[in-house]
Ligand binder design. Sequence first.
Ligand code: ADP
Length: 334
Amino acid sequence: MEKKRVLSAIQPTGDLHYGNYFGAISNWVKLQEKYECTYGVVDYHAMTMPYVPKKLRENTWDIVFSLLAVGVKAENLFIQSLVPEHAELSWIFNCFCSYGQLLRMTQFKDKSAKAAETDFISAGLLDYPVLQAADILIYRADYVPVGQDQKQHLELTRDIAQRFNKVVGKEYFVLPEILYTETPKILSTADPSRKMSKSAGEKHYISVFAEEARIRKQIRSAVTDMGEQPSGKMSPGVRNLFELLRAAGDPQGLYEELKSEYESGALRYVQLKDAVADALVALSKVFRECKAELLENKKEVKGAIKASSAEIRKRAQQTVREVKELAGLLNVKC
Ligand code: ADP
């Protein structure tokens, strides 16, 4: 039987953080054993917000090394601008997507408010969920491992696939489904009312490659109680710390003990924070070592990613050929 296909991607907009890792990338790594996985570093997406061209390429390679360091296999990884068919399919999909639906995307609302601070909101920002639909459907993916923040975009992808199928009169695209991790939403430790995110600023994320002192400082200062909680309810900040501990594999086996101390009212938050910090420090140490090793072989690694991108591109080209045919466009050979 053919293996089911998995697709996911990440923007090269800075550090890889524990929200990305526990929310999505840890799944990327696991799923490689069971499915045909394709993972992208989507640099076209990183142009939708104000950006510095010189830094973009640097960030793209940096995130490639980061993904490899946490366990993504080189042969499954591609760089989006080396597969320009994504942009071509995105144009075609623009014509199968309603403008009103794009305006309703909550990420567009959030990000356009931020972009407005620079007096420039690009049309690309409005349109990027369509490019994301192309990223997913170009590989005919069955499953998409992402965090909860991407739910609305995946629904849009399914709508585009359905409209395309209807217009061309063929069930060409399967409708992809989301695969969540057990922690689909990691919160900022500095402000548990928002998700952990690099776009919100330095104190709102913890890098997976952070040094011990920084991790301990960030976890020590994590917000725990935020005013009155409805009785018996754990505050979001404390729940987030428990989730981080579980997601990090709870190496010292403290989760259950701390949980029952919390339930009996005897937990001192510093115990929980120390357990979380210890677990993250241990993980980050391994990740840092792996990345340093990869960086020693920069040239070979870059060559391998260019080769895998070229290989993956063949599948994208095949889909675009078929889509053009179905959509009434021309291919060179017809
Ligand atoms: P950011 O929000 O920091 O810019 P990206 O948009 O590049 O991160 O997200 C890359 C992947 O990580 C996506 O699959 C997204 O759903 C997931 N992700 C990002 N932040 C979180 C979070 N706080 N919790 C869970 N998953 C997350």
